[in-house]
Design a protein. Sequence first.
Length: 222
Amino acid sequence: MTTGRELLPTTTLFSGLSLQECEQVLQCLGAYEKKYAKYTFIYHAGDKQAQLGLVLEGSVQVLRDDYWGNENIVTVLEAGDTFAESYACVPQLSLGVSVQARTPAAILFVNLQKLLTPCGKACPFHQRLVQNLVGLVAAKNVVLQEKLSYLTQRTTRQKLLAYLSAVSRKQQAAQFTIPLNRQQLADFLSVDRSALSSELSKLRREGVLEFTKNKFMFKKPK
């Protein structure tokens, strides 16, 4: 599996660039890498910063807290994914979410303010990165709209089936794997864990779904 900086040319942000070209533009932008232990916070809600984060190794989770400190998982990001790009474009805004290492992780930080201003070195890859950034932000908006479609379902069952159906479609298979355990799935869908477990059991009894941990399979009706 490709990890670390060698995966950069495969990411949306650096699409169209070779690894050597990626390294050149990162030097131009003053990018740097930092490692985090499991469950260490990378950003806290309320922080102000101008750094986009790109996961080089491991995984991170984006969290949103309510007034009483209850956490909900907004999304889970794997190697090659980015976070805080929208806030990095408008650094005077305070982050509305926290970002936490879900496993030991290596993060590459890129200053988008340097990317969004004219390059004094006439870097030939500058414009390409700006174009990629626009596409990246647009794609993230689509993902958020997808999650909204799950959360606006009326019942726990409808939320669960909407999410699982979407994952099944993306993986183009009736048998698929999700990146969340039961508590994380409940947090992601903003439902009670016991209610989620109850609906899963009902779906299994009804012959709609089979599952083992985070592996699921939709069954055809008889």
